[in-house]
Design a protein around this ligand. Structure first.
Ligand SMILES: O=C(O)COP(=O)(O)O
Ligand SMILES: [Mg+2]
Length: 214
């Protein structure tokens, strides 16, 4: 069975609302107005450093306080991560794949702190055979190193499932097929993201993986 590795934010978990709440809690603390969720979507994907830089660039947050602002944001982010909902059908799809003996992995740019809060909240401490967070290795997506590391730990290359152009570029750099979930934190059109297959309902994923495995 070919291993399957998943992205997390916008792929398995519907986390944009919680991430936006964390950003807006930071802004409120600084006496600043909230930013809309669709704007926050444009900050997500490259990890917490790019996130805070984009938030500072778009608001009156003081760039001179960057380190302290990032630390505060991470505190809000971790708190907001504890009750993150799954997208519909995710639990069933993962259970079906597991029942077939498919090795499952996770490769996300989400930092380890909020990631642990999400996994604990979902009772997913042993759902994946290998997990790499954004700050686990020296390099992060779209560098292929984290994804290749997860496949190595799972014992073989397989398919990457994600929601963003970063995920597509990572799969391409790693030389593995990419399956795009179209209902995630996507800010560019589906046709602008190179993919081998796309789906909008997790019930369809096991069949797609069967077809890709040929
Ligand atoms: O936290 C981020 O910036 C993105 O996380 P993801 O890689 O799970 O989509
Ligand atoms: Mg994602």
């Amino acid at each position: 069975m070919t291993p399957v590795v998943f992205d997390l934010d916008g792929t398995l978990i519907d986390s944009l609302g919680g991430i936006a709440r964390a950003a807006n809690a930071l802004l409120a603390e600084q006496g600043l107005a909230a930013v809309p969720e669709r704007q926050v979507a444009g900050y997500v994907g490259h990890g917490e450093h790019i996130f805070i830089d984009r938030l500072i660039a778009d608001t009156a947050l003081d760039a001179g306080d960057r380190a302290a602002l990032l630390a505060r944001f991470m505190t809000h982010y971790k708190a907001a991560s504890r009750n993150t909902p799954l997208f519909p059908g995710v639990a069933e799809a993962l259970a079906r794949l597991k029942a077939r003996g498919v090795a499952l992995g996770l490769c996300t740019n989400k930092p380890g702190g909020p990631l642990a809060a999400v996994l604990d909240g979902l009772g997913w401490q042993s759902m994946f055979g290998a997990v790499v967070a954004g700050d686990t290795l020296a390099r992060r997506k779209p560098d292929p190193a984290p994804l290749l590391h997860v496949f190595d730990r799972l014992g073989g290359r397989g398919v990457y499932v994600g929601d963003s152009p970063i995920d597509g570029a990572t799969a391409q750099a790693a030389g593995v097929p990419f399956v795009l979930f179209t209902q995630g934190i996507r800010t560019v059109p589906v046709q602008d993201i190179a993919h081998d297959a796309a789906f909008d309902d997790f019930a369809d994923l096991p069949g797609i993986l069967d077809r890709l495995a040929g």
